[in-house]
Design a protein around this ligand. Structure first.
Ligand code: FES
Length: 102
């Protein structure tokens, strides 16, 4: 069964940036983009590198280790060396707080 889990205040994430969010032995990445807030698994599907130091450009996150790129809203792998998509999670803004559905 899924639950909504509070992540942070929406303003804690800079424009075109992401934060790391750890919960129940799992790690996630929560993004603020020009089209709103999104969440994915935190680890790159190539070599388990966390995406928290990655670069957000528009709607794309680039992994800091080998430059693999993912579409943030869908988690789709866009360029080598990544070929497996990231899992994505619903995000809800309630007042000034962000929640993700896990
Ligand atoms: S670990 Fe992310 S592209 Fe290699």
């Amino acid at each position: 069964m899924s639950e909504w889990v509070r992540v942070c205040a929406a303003d804690d994430i800079d424009d075109e940036d992401l934060i790391r969010f750890d919960h129940d032995d799992r790690t996630y990445a929560v993004y603020r983009t020009e089209k709103g807030y999104f969440a994915t698994d935190g680890l790159c599907t190539h070599e388990d590198q966390h995406l928290e130091e990655g670069l957000v450009t528009g709607m794309v996150i680039e992994c800091p280790l080998h430059g693999g790129r993912f579409d943030i809203p869908s988690g789709k792998a866009l360029s080598a060396p990544v070929c497996l998509d990231l899992k994505t999670y619903a995000v809800r803004l309630e007042g000034d707080q962000l929640y993700i559905e896990l």
